[in-house]
Design a protein around this ligand. Sequence first.
Ligand code: C5P
Length: 237
Amino acid sequence: MEKRSELYRGKAKTVYHTNDPNRLILEFRNDTSAFDGEKVEQLDDKGMVNNKFNHFIMAKLEEAGIPTQLDERLSDTESLVKKLDMIPVECVIRNVAAGSLVRRLGVEEGKELNPPTFEFFLKNDALHDPMVNEYHIQAFGWATAEQIEKMKALTFKVNEVLKALFADARLLLVDYKLEFGVFDGEIMLGDEFTPDGCRLWDAETREKLDKDRFRQGLGGVVEAYREVAKRLGVQLD
Ligand code: C5P
């Protein structure tokens, strides 16, 4: 596969065209950003760790019958993916209260949520990704009712698969964000699943092992991602 011109440069990944109009190359960079890009740093090896981590998780999800855009890992920092028509909403499931939920509702961080909650956010940096509901999504034409149901069902299925996978590695999947797109009329999981887009705590000590280490200036960010990868059996070196 031939890497061609840049299609889009995001905050942590760059997307390239290829010689196949239905395929793109994702490059995972070392850039780490938080607070809508207000805080940005380069963290050595983060691109490599996240590319390999994402490949591992997407393969597990495919095995469980969840369609994903990932075709293959091409190098330490690049993967070949299907070119999806992305739906501009983020799907967030929370198993434990943290982050914006705690700030929004004044609830205690660490409270188990039963049932897990589901939220949609509009992907829009300028508006700081506001929360939206199914009526907004349909009224503004971002997705159909059928696509909304499919995204919800797949996001909950991911929760069942990954909660168990992480629990076996003595990790608590606190929450995560997924993005979906359409390929050949089918809804597929796009973007990435890495510790940049989820919260993972040590099951016993509740130590944070995800991007909150960066957001909160705790240090040891890539070291934590490596620890998670090691516990899951992701081959990094
Ligand atoms: O900030 P908040 O608590 O709403 O985030 C919920 C989950 O979604 C967290 O795991 C966070 O890392 C992820 N997220 C993300 N990208 C965003 C917003 C949230 O990956 N733009």
